[in-house]
Design a protein around this ligand. Structure first.
Ligand code: SF4
Length: 412
């Protein structure tokens, strides 16, 4: 059993125009959820979570990964991040080879800060780079300059930390050449891991409103697909291999935390709006839970010694099967067809969620031939002789359509 911990830090220096994450620019959000007191609140949430686990007969192994995300985790002091990590160690333990990452805004860290993280047990920093092109950064409302990213990566290298950078493609006004520049600049930093995400524009954001009113052009699917191909080609040529739809790494440098999500392991999310996931145990079905999103209400629950969940729900066997297929189709290791078929067999004659009388059916390799011929997937044989389904680049680009076809075959 693998156990991962995610800490959400809901503070940012300013709100970027495209962002709809659960994050705030105010220093104090009430009920103890202030920047200065945030680590204490998360540590209190840890104790409440551990108690909940004990009450439900859940004993987790030491954490194999810890990830601080946001928001901007590095808005907190390095000492706060380290004391939060120490509290995780006391509460659950941390595996000796654990991957411990924080996201970092290049503007909020310096060499001293990074060294403090390294001394405190962090192993990895993920820098928000977004773009290397000033006009694109401006459209994204990002304040950092590309030079800050390079300085951050250099400080991380010196301190012996692995580093990663995040890029975003598809910003209004970004040309293919702009994107090539960003990709090449990221590669030239010499990092061993890069994430590249398509910009998603939510209508409620400033950018969403600018696009709706015609002030900014609308992102275009063909442009995003072309940019994905550029990224995949250039990253691959530089020795970074894709391992998840939006993530590339040198072999051995894949983010274990990311992979854990796609492998559907147990994880606990702490902080406003963070999600947790527990696999099925003898006494209960798989479970997902989410923290109260508003920091003040979240803090109020903690002050009342309640686990600060906004809600939770059991994951039905059919939903679990859907997740196994969806998550597997995002990663290079793909999914084991036998595992899917075993899950289907275990569900027996159970009707599907739709309640329309259809039955789930095992998937035969022969049924997958049309998708293989269309170049969407490949079938590979793993060490156990099992057939694994792996998406191709085209399959990654058409991920939703491939997932749909699998659902149809399984009768979901
Ligand atoms: S720094 Fe990141 S989390 Fe914060 S507002 Fe900008 S995009 Fe959102």
């Amino acid at each position: 059993m693998t156990y991962e911990i995610y800490i959400h830090v809901p503070f940012c220096l300013r709100r970027c125009g495209y962002c709809d994450f659960n994050t705030y620019t105010a220093v104090d959000l009430g009920a103890g959820a202030s920047r200065g007191n945030y680590a204490n609140m998360v540590i209190r949430e840890m104790k409440l979570t551990k108690q909940w686990q004990l009450n439900h007969g859940i004993k987790e192994p030491p954490a194999s990964t810890v990830f601080f995300g946001g928001g901007t985790p590095t808005i907190l002091s390095a000492d706060d991040l380290v004391s939060t990590l120490n509290a995780i160690r006391e509460t659950w333990g941390i595996a000796s080879n654990a991957e411990i990452t924080t996201e970092a805004n290049p503007d909020t860290v310096n060499e001293y800060y990074i060294n403090r993280l390294a001394e405190g047990g962090f192993t990895r920093v993920s820098f928000g780079m977004q773009s290397a092109v000033p006009h694109v950064l401006k459209t994204l409302d990002r304040t950092h300059t590309p030079a800050n990213v390079a300085a951050g990566v250099e400080a991380a290298n010196k301190a012996g930390l692995r580093s990663s950078v995040d890029l975003i493609y598809g910003a209004p006004g970004e040309s293919l050449d702009d994107w090539r520049t960003s990709v090449k600049t990221a590669i030239d930093l010499g990092v061993n891991h890069i994430s590249a995400y398509a910009l998603t524009v939510e209508p409620t954001t400033k950018m969403g409103r600018q696009i709706a009113s015609g002030t900014l052009p609308k992102p275009n699917d063909d442009d995003e697909a072309a940019k994905y191909e550029i990224a995949d080609e250039l990253f691959t040529a530089s020795g970074l291999q894709w391992y998840e739809v939006s993530n590339w790494a040198k072999p051995g440098y894949e983010s274990q935390h990311n992979l854990g999500y796609w492998r559907n392991v147990d994880w606990v999310g702490l902080g406003p709006g963070a999600h947790s996931h527990y696999n099925a145990r003898p006494s209960f079905d798989a479970l997902r839970a989410w923290d109260i999103a508003h920091p003040r209400l979240w803090g109020t629950a903690i002050n009342e010694n309640r686990i600060p969940w906004g809600g939770s729900e059991e994951i039905t066997p059919t939903e679990n099967l859907e997740e196994l297929i969806m998550l597997g189709l995002r990663i290079r290791e793909g999914f084991d067809l036998k595992r899917i078929n075993n899950a289907i067999a275990a569900m027996g004659e159970q009707p599907t969620e739709a309640g329309d009388g259809t039955r789930l059916k095992p998937i035969d390799v022969a049924q997958l031939q049309p998708m293989v011929e269309e170049g969407l997937i490949t079938i590979v044989s793993d060490d156990d002789g099992h057939s694994r389904v792996v998406p191709t680049r085209k399959g990654r680009l058409l991920n939703d359509a491939v997932i749909e076809q699998f659902f149809d075959l399984a009768g979901i």
